[in-house]
Each structure stands twice: as structure tokens, then as C-alpha cells.
Write a protein that binds this ligand. Sequence first.
Ligand code: TYM
Length: 364
Amino acid sequence: METNTKATDDGRKIVLSGIRATGNLHLGNYYGALSKFVRMQDDYDCRYFVADLHALTTHPDPKMLHENVKDILAEYLAAGLDPEKNTIYVQSDVPEISEMYLLMNMHVGIGELMRTASFKDKARKALGIGTPAEGEDEEGIERQIIGNQTNQRVNAGLLTYPTLMAVDILIHHADFVPVGKDQEQHLELTRRFARRFNSFYKTQYFGEPVNFNFGGSAVKVPGLDGSGKMGKSEGNCIYLIDDEKTLRKKVMRAVTDEGPKVPNQEVSEPIRNLFTLMELVSTPDTLEHFKNAYADCSIRYGDLKKQLAEDILKTTLPIRERILDIRNNDEYISKVVRQGAEKAREAAAKTLRDVREIMGIKKF
Ligand code: TYM
């Protein structure tokens, strides 16, 4: 049996990534993932998908799911992904993924899944368990989740979320998985499952995929509410689809502090977050100007926010216009995903055939 090829026939490395179909894309998705997808498309064999099966773990309204998938596809294309250069598909259009998810689950421990940060976070929210205070016993939280006597339920799909994500990646033998910082633990689990599979079946079948950041480190885009990352469920997002007025209003309302009182005062989290956003969207000179103004106490947060809004709009407005355009073109979107599913299935079917054989499943 052919082992992990680690590259396509033409020698290019394989890139795989996806975004859950849970609503419009925000700046966190854009700078953590989508902008990297676009930058990688000329040099790698890239396969990008919309994770609709993963979205089911949080029970979306069935009427909305398909619309959400379409939104993200339109946003992929509007951000500059070229369907001729990339394989763009919807996760559920590749049923091989679901079968391999079942097979891979046989090698995944419930303990390691329960210790995953994203699982604990989502389970806590589902059961109404508060966030642990600093230093609080994490195992206590795990016990509360297991011993839950409420009529709220944490579904098994949420627990096995990392298995499905590992399969998304391994079924393509991906070398690189461009994701934001919050997904790195899932990527670490993917490598662990790959190693475990290889060692159990005494094979070198799977490689160990890594994040890709153009030589830098993984990005965590902060929200506008003073703390934490930008996230759909946090209500602190700037969306690619936001119109000019909405976007300016959101930025002008961003949390700040009382302003520096003494030169070179330590920068508080809300202001650090605004500088982080500025680092992503503004020129280095602009950022330096405001950092200097902070250091000598002459900064006016109103000016900082106005500039920040201006610079965000330079990126998002052209994308927004294209989203609105593509979103109305059902025919184009279906053509892209039909073509993408065909290519993705070809690769996935080969891996699934190999995995079945390695695990001893044979046809009569
Ligand atoms: P999801 O849908 O939550 O997020 C999609 C991508 O956006 C990145 N991201 C951020 N990056 C920086 N700062 C932020 N504030 C921020 N918020 C979101 C995420 O890191 C991610 O790259 N499990 C994945 C989807 C998935 C996947 C995969 C990804 C399923 N299978 C296989 C890669 C490979 C998720 O929930 O991402």
C-alpha cells in the first residue's frame, strides 16, 4: 500500500482548511484563516471547505443551515478564492468523511476529548456552569459535566468534534492547515490521532499536518469589548458584510479606558486590543503614530477609533460588495461546489479505501 504521499503529483504541498457554517465571517475568521487561504492559493494544492457537519453540534435552525453554507461560500469567493485554483467544497458533500469519522473514533479516547478546551467551554455553556475562577480545579469542571443531572444535554457530536476535524484534514493528507490560534489544540489532537493510527497498525500512512502562518505565529484577533477574542458567540464582531455605518458605529463604541495619566504607562487590555486590530489593518506608520501618542499621553481615543474604522473599511468594503453580488448568483455557487465536491471525493475515496484496508475491512 502506498503510504502518505505528502504532496500532490505535481509536487505541491497540500493545504486543507475549513470554517463552520454558523453565520457570517468576521475579522477573526478573515485574519486568522481566510486571508491566509487566499495568500496560499498560488503556491499550494489548496482544498477549502464549509464545515456544515461541524455546525450541527450546536443545533442550527434547519431552515438557516443551508443559507449559512451559502453565505460562507460567497464570502470565500468574494475574499478572492479562485475556484479554478482551489478545490472548494461543502463537507457534507463528501460522505467519505463521515465514514472515516466513524472508523477514526475507534482510536480516540473520551478522556482526551473531554479535556479539550473548546469542548469544556461549549459543555459549560450548554449546562449553565460558570467559567472557572483562575486556578480552579479543571477536573472539577469535568466531573460536573459528567455528573450533570439537569435536563440540558451535551451531545456526543460536540465531544467527538476533534475526531471529525482530524478526519477532514487526514483524509486529504494535508501538510498545512491554516487556522487561527484557537484551533491549534485541535491540530495537536489531529497529529496525535495520526501518530496513534500509524503506531497501532504499524504503518507510516498519515503524516503530521501543521498550522501555516508565513513564518509568523498564529493570530488571535481580539474583540471590541475589551477582553477576549473576536467570536460569533461573543457578540463582539466586525463582520465582512457589515455596511459602512454599522461598522463605524461598532468601532466607535469599542471599550477603552480613561487614557494614560503618565508617560509610557502600561497599556491596558482594551487598548492593547485596539492596537492589535490596527496592526492588522493599518500601515506601520499609523500604528506607530498612535503608540507614540499613547506613550506621551497625547492620544485621543476618538481619533484612534476613527482611523481604525477607516482602515478596516478599506479591506472589508470591496469584499462586502463582491459578497452581495456573488450571494445572488446561485448558479455560480452550485457550479463551484459541484466541481469541488467531485475533486474532494476523489481524494477522500482513495484515503478511505486505504484506511478500510489497513483496519481489516475487506469486501467479499
Ligand atoms: P471556526 O469556524 O470557529 O473558525 C474558522 C477559522 O477562523 C479562525 N478564527 C480566528 N482566528 C483568529 N482570531 C479569532 N478571533 C478567530 N476566530 C475564528 C479559526 O481559528 C479558524 O481557523 N473547527 C474549525 C473548523 C474546521 C476546520 C477543520 C478547520 C472543521 N474542520 C479542518 C481546519 C481544518 C472551527 O470551528 O473554526
